[in-house]
Design a protein around this ligand. Sequence first.
Ligand code: ARG
Length: 458
Amino acid sequence: MADNILWAGRFEDRPEKKAFEFQASINIDKELVFADIEGSRAHAAMLGKQGIISSETAAALEAELEKIASEISSGALSIDLSCEDIHSFIESVLTERLGDIGRTVHAGRSRNDQVAVDERIYLKKRSAQITAALEKTIQSLLDIADKNLETVMPGYTHLQRAQPITLAHHICAWVCSLRRDSERFADAVKRINFCPLGSGALAGSTLPLDRAVVSGALGFASPTINSMDSVSDRDYAVEFAFCCAQTQVHLSRFCEDIILWSSEEFKFIELSDAWSTGSSIMPQKKNPDFAELIRGKSARTIGNVVTLLTMLKGLPYAYNKDLQEDKEALFDSLDTVQNCLEMFTGMLESAKFNTQQMKASCIGGFLEATDAAEYLVRKGMPFRKAHEASAAIVRDCIAADQKQIKDRTLAELKQRSPLFENDIFDFLDPAASVASRTLSGAPAPQEVRKQIKALRVC
Ligand code: ARG
């Protein structure tokens, strides 16, 4: 327990060691160290400009804060984990080194607005890192899509073979989700881009602070509107945790596809040895552990959203210590999604797609049945009747132990509808099916090329 407790003046007794440690947060909020220093520098500069402290004092504080930041980066100064929180630690170093000058920095400020500004500075930085990681994932997925515009594979609904698609089309579906995830982070940043400093504990300050100057110096759009709101809400933490959870749930679903595809039953993908693990007992095993862990870790990101909402739901206005609990959940989500994006990209970049097997799997599930029905619609038959005719042909095939509609003769097809002509056979193989799906968004190679182009640069 450090000697430099910021609020010790009110108390006759020293706090109970265990109790002090229980309420301390430095183990978690040390993560905010650089954001805290940045916020303090802007605050000190403004105090000097406003004549609340002398300009020499402000300059000394700023210079020392800069020094502290570089010493922490280089490892020359380590964070004293016996302090209560990161704010106390930085102020204690300033006071140790600068004496009374250090004692001036907290004028017009409370840890309540200090932690709120720290989190916002920190989240802007982390959000940029996560969107950069998302961008990397998106671009490497699109590289795979580029090479597989003609790689036909079954598309599934209910995990049953449904209609032919291409690997590129499937991958573009994933990328659409990731694009929205990236936009969601950018959008959440817009809402935190306001500076809470000057809100004090809850009711501002009697000192002539210049909130606009601090806000501008820290790169915020403007100061926040209301001092109580500034220190008591954490909706931004919930929102970023949700952005993380949604991204992670997307990765989880992609991983589920990959886990299925790497099974002996599908054999669509082979993960590289470097991105797989073995079994301690079964010598033959090659397990998709990375994909499973990414899927598994979506659980904690969902849990973190619930943690944050539950923490907030009963809090009276304004600040309550409960809010300190926001950081562990939020940081965990940010770290999880950033790591998982990196893992997911590495795993996929090194994987091999078994395109022959994908193509072969298009035969046998009557994926061409809808094409046959739509052929009849083009010839003038009402869709419901065409559906029945095509379904009857599927039943005929099953009864005759035939794997695909192509295996029937034209005469046999005509028994189900006289509208069938020889050209039906041009529409029944998977590549032809894909090629004729030329609506925007559909799997025809020229359409997917457009999707890739749009997704590359969003
Ligand atoms: N560690 C606190 C938090 O994260 C900082 C604010 C403390 N304020 C207070 N009045 N105890 O919320």
